[in-house]
Design a protein around this ligand. Structure first.
Ligand SMILES: C[S@@+](CC[C@H](N)C(=O)[O-])C[C@H]1O[C@@H](n2cnc3c(N)ncnc32)[C@H](O)[C@@H]1O
Length: 214
């Protein structure tokens, strides 16, 4: 199936969460940043994040890699009453756009941003299983470490999600040996061998791992 922009618009138009003004403006503001805008998830993936957040009735969610805030808005809008999202990022500049969008969307009171290397933030979290949903979308070299910190903290039935795991379809091409591809291969192998979770890898977007804690 050729995934065109028109097909994505059609799919999103038939989902429950339209691209509202805040998301549309954020998409435009992010595009104006140049090629880094490619790091932003698309509206179809955003809807899936909202849906999954609702499926697990998430009250406590964690995002590793917030950038300008698109995915955080999609998770935050799916949270249960009284729920909260902890966002981890290192960029003051990019997350300034996220903060503005959270305010505009009326979601700022549900979101806490910690500007620090995500590994430090995750290690400082309570160690008991209290997280309902975690979304990993930061530096690829950190994925295994983020997984190792998050997996024990996600409650049974909760979800661990990881983005970009098929790396533009090059993940199984041995000729592709850049550090990100190598790190993502290692990550995918770690997840596949982890008995604590049940896993499906979606051949959609840039590859999305969906793992349910047993
Ligand atoms: C792919 S972008 C996230 C995209 C975002 N989820 C979205 O949908 O718009 C990756 C983000 O990870 C952040 N990042 C990179 N290394 C990090 C680290 N060690 N700790 C926390 N955040 C990091 C970058 O600043 C960047 O904003």
């Amino acid at each position: 199936m050729p995934v065109t922009a028109e097909l994505i618009d059609y799919a999103v138009g038939h989902g429950s969460w339209p691209v509202d003004e805040v998301l549309a403006d954020l998409h435009e503001e992010t595009a104006a940043l140049g090629p880094v805008a490619g790091m932003q998830i698309g509206p179809d993936q955003g809807q899936l994040l909202t849906l999954l957040t609702r499926v697990v009735d998430a009250r406590r969610a964690v995002e590793v890699g917030t950038f300008t805030g698109y995915s955080s808005l999609c998770i935050a809008r799916g949270l249960a009453e009284g729920g909260s999202l902890l966002c981890c990022d290192v960029s003051d500049e990019w997350t300034a756009l996220a903060r503005r969008a959270w305010d505009r969307a009326g979601l700022a009171d549900r979101i806490e941003l910690r500007l620090a290397p995500a590994l430090e933030t995750l290690r400082a979290l309570p160690t008991e299983p209290h997280i309902d949903l975690a979304f990993i979308d930061a530096d690829k070299g950190g994925y295994v470490d983020y997984w190792n910190e998050l997996a024990p903290r996600v409650r049974p039935g909760g979800l661990l999600l990881a983005d970009n795991v098929l790396w533009s379809g090059t993940i199984m091409d041995p000729a592709v040996t850049d550090a990100n591809a190598v790190a993502l291969r290692a990550f995918n192998d770690v997840v596949a061998a982890d008995d604590r979770v049940e896993v499906a890898v979606l051949v959609a977007f840039d590859g999305l791992t969906i793992a349910r804690k047993r």
